[in-house]
Design a protein. Structure first.
Lengths: 329, 226
């Protein structure tokens, strides 16, 4: 009965299995990838409440670094609006002649670290002072204009740093005809120190939150794998490779990340809109026009990209730790 | 098809599940593997399907030495073995058609091809019309047939069945065994592990008998009453 190789038939109604060609295999792998991408997405919604909770936790964790980033970006813009602080005022000797002033201006214009020089004559200074103060009538009684001529120097962007400004001030102090060099370096230094501290804090918090995202996704995928233990065993028994089995879990991790990133983006937008009116009224007190800028396209893409990559990596960790170790019994 | 040369399997705790087992199952041959519980039947099947590795000895499958096969190659080897289990091992949240088509899905066949071949396999096991059912809604015998359809869908040269009739009544058991016979007629090698001696005696095929991990008999089993 057995050993009838010569009598070997094809199963009735079942066509003989052909070998899959190389191109067929490549196209099948691509189609499998697409299928698994979408299947893994629909699998998430089989447990909608659990999925939504996970996604919202991820969104919250990711929204904090995102909001901090927006705040930092806007703080930088605010300091940009206060460029006046980076101006250096050169009070000239009272007895300096106009031709000498012109020579000095020309000389300063040759400095690499000076962007522009504006001359305010003694007369102009007095007129401005009269306009800005309420002493205009009293000033008319003075015999002599007490104000010196001033050169307002705007350093180049590179020289606006604390160190650059100090260097420039030292050079300017050596110039003839200048009585006093004034620059509010302390203020700039303090602001820069605050901003640097803020950046460090944001980086530290962001790192902690990103680690928490990794742990959340990794744990979710771990539970997912353990819940599907039987299915994984069956798949291995019928010849599925580890890469075939792990793909839906990797994609699920990426989906978690992407959805969490989207929630984080929406939360950031909501938070910025909420802060907008408060910031505008605060800026109004300083007679400044300021509107908080949101995340631009590149930043949104970066946020979503990082979130998706984190989800994928977290899932990969779980898959390598648990899934590949499951063997059929 | 399968060649075992002095194959032993010793589990942790020095328990020897198989001791120096030798046998040869030829291409297209059908045989029973029998013995009491704990005799080593399941261990032997697990060794062939590479769910376990031998402690010593040499195993050859289809001309390839699989004693020390690399882990990455195991899935590809399993695609050439149809496996049937007492507990069916079906995916309960998938339809009958999806369960049957699983091996082809893994191998990268198109959806159309998978459906065509799955329906053909279901027809072979007499389950046409039940392709959209969930396995949970089928009887034990029908679930076993789904398992058989899944095992034969890619026409593997070897079929391993571990207590395939364990949960079935005698009539259904004979039907399932007849199905194995018909598959064997198409050239498939079939190795069936069972402790149902009555069934083995009725079928009159080569029988490998294990006792405490040793192969104590290799031949035809006679009916007790005859």
């Amino acid at each position: 009965m057995a050993n009838k190789m010569e009598d070997r038939k094809v199963l009735s109604g079942s066509p003989r299995i052909k070998k899959v060609s190389f191109l067929g295999r490549v196209s099948a792998v691509i189609s499998q990838h697409f299928q698994q991408v979408f299947t893994s997405f629909s699998e998430l919604w089989k447990t909608p409440i659990a999925t939504l909770m996970t996604v919202f936790v991820l969104g919250l964790a990711l929204s904090l670094p995102s909001v901090f980033n927006v705040l930092y970006k806007n703080a930088e813009r605010v300091t940009g609006q206060w460029d006046g602080a980076s101006e250096i005022s050169l009070f000239l000797n009272k007895d300096i002649s106009e031709p000498r002033v012109q020579v000095l201006i020309n000389k300063l214009a040759l400095y690499n670290d000076i962007d522009s020089v504006t001359y305010i004559s003694r007369h102009q200074a007095l007129e401005e002072f009269k306009e800005m103060s309420s002493f205009s009538k009293a000033l008319n009684y003075l015999d002599e204009n007490p104000l010196p001529a001033v050169l307002v120097v705007v350093p180049t962007k590179d020289a606006m740093t604390s160190a650059g400004s100090k260097l420039l001030v030292a050079k300017l102090q050596r110039e003839q005809g200048i009585d006093l060099v004034r620059v509010d370096l302390d203020w700039i230094e303090k602001l820069q120190a605050i901003l640097e501290l803020l950046v460090d804090i944001v980086i530290a918090i962001a790192a902690l939150l990103l680690i928490s995202v990794l742990l959340i996704v990794s744990n979710t995928i771990r539970l997912n794998i353990l819940n599907h233990r039987d299915e994984i065993e069956v798949l291995k028994l019928v010849g599925a490779t580890n890469s075939f089995i792990q793909r839906p879990y990797l994609y699920a991790g990426a989906w978690y990340g992407l959805l969490g990133g989207t929630i984080a983006w929406l939360l950031t937008v909501a938070m910025v809109i909420w802060l907008q009116s408060g910031v505008m009224s605060l800026m109004g007190l300083y007679q400044l026009q300021f509107e908080i800028s949101l995340l631009n396209f590149k930043e949104v893409a970066t946020l979503l990209g990082i979130a998706t990559a984190l989800g994928f990596v977290a899932s990969y960790i779980s898959v390598k730790q648990y899934l590949v170790k499951i063997e059929p019994k | 098809m399968i060649l075992f040369e002095e194959v032993s399997k010793i589990y942790a705790g020095e328990h020897a599940a198989l001791k120096q087992v030798d046998f040869h199952l030829k291409q297209g041959e059908m045989a029973f593997l029998t013995g009491h519980s704990g005799s080593g039947k399941s261990t032997l099947l697990k060794l062939i399907s590479l769910m376990e590795r031998p402690t010593t000895g040499r195993m050859v499958l289809n001309g390839n030495d699989i004693s020390n096969i690399k882990g990455d190659d195991i899935p590809y080897l399993r695609r050439h073995i149809g496996m049937i289990f007492q507990d069916h091992r079906l995916l309960m949240h998938r339809s009958v058609l999806e369960n049957v088509g699983l091996p082809l899905l893994i191998e990268g066949y198109s959806r159309y091809e998978i459906k065509r071949r799955s329906l053909a396999a279901l027809e072979k096991v007499g389950l046409m019309g039940k392709e959209d059912f969930a396995p949970i809604n089928l009887s034990g015998g029908e679930q076993q047939r789904v398992g058989i359809a899944r095992a034969i869908i890619n026409q593997p040269p070897l079929l391993l069945a571990d207590e395939p009739t364990g949960n079935l009544d005698p009539k259904l058991s004979l039907e399932i065994l007849s199905l194995f016979e018909s598959l064997n007629e198409y050239g498939m090698s079939v190795l069936i592990a069972t402790h149902d001696l009555g069934l083995i005696a009725k079928m009159r095929y080569r029988t490998l008998t294990l006792k405490d991990g040793e192969m104590i008999n290799d031949g035809l089993m006679r009916e007790r009453n005859g």
